[in-house]
Design a protein around this ligand. Structure first.
Ligand SMILES: [Zn+2]
Length: 231
């Protein structure tokens, strides 16, 4: 890490997501081990994992900033939100963006173009909605096709949007496979996430990681079945 810069993975899931078994404490351990200075926990329509991770980081005085985030499902596709104070409920992109604004949070289109993973089709967005999206995830380690990342980066550059990146980790092993290095920044806040200069360092995940989240879904389904039998 360069002095006076922050290396951050801005898209991480925990077991509070339906497709992950990752425990917040292990995600934090992985983040510290990989030299990240900040992580955003972005569970599907849920803040509990992010809040738990932030509490653990504070309690154990870990050298990693935890950004309270969420990956909110909208009618146009998934939207990452950062610096959230209160859980944002899924719904229309218009309403979700208005909630983001009310909370003074930051919004970012997650894995755009990736239809399999509910990415927003950016060109199809009404300009007034696009204007309210702060950033574009221009690198996601788990995209279905690498060309989705290329298109997302091009779109962000063309429309002057901040570029962000994340591993989309569903397992601690994946934490840090994509990171943004914010230059000349000591701590991330809304302003620095959108306005500071940055470098993206990232690699695509191996196909194995999709197997890991598939495994997580199956294991949770089995657990639910067992609970029903016991009732
Ligand atoms: Zn995700």
């Amino acid at each position: 890490m360069k002095s006076n810069s922050i290396k951050a993975d801005l898209h991480i899931h925990t077991h509070f997501s339906f497709d992950s078994l990752a425990v917040p404490e292990n995600v934090l351990k992985a983040a510290v081990k990989r030299g990240l200075n900040a992580i955003a926990i972005t569970d599907h329509n849920e803040l509990a994992g992010a809040l738990e991770a932030a509490a653990i980081a504070k309690q154990q005085r870990l050298p990693v900033q935890v950004i309270i985030g969420e990956e909110v499902a909208t009618d146009k596709g998934d939207l990452l939100v950062y610096f959230v104070k209160k859980k944002i409920l899924p719904g229309t992109l218009e309403r979700v963006l208005s909630d983001v604004k009310k909370q003074g949070a930051v919004s970012c289109a997650a894995h755009p173009y990736d239809k399999v993973r509910h990415g927003i089709q950016l060109e199809a967005l009404e300009p007034r909605l696009l204007a309210n999206i702060d950033a574009i995830e221009a690198f996601n380690s788990r995209v279905t096709l690498p060309s989705h990342n290329v298109r997302a980066l091009r779109f962000a550059q063309k429309h002057g949007k901040a570029v962000l990146a994340g591993s989309d980790a569903h397992h601690p092993l994946e934490v840090g496979s994509a990171a943004v290095e914010f230059i000349g920044v000591k701590k991330l806040d809304k302003r620095s996430v959108i306005l500071s200069s940055r470098e993206v360092k990232a690699k695509l995940s191996s196909p194995l990681v999709h197997f890991l989240s598939r495994y997580a879904v199956l294991k949770k389904r089995l657990r639910r079945k067992k609970e029903n039998i016991l009732k």
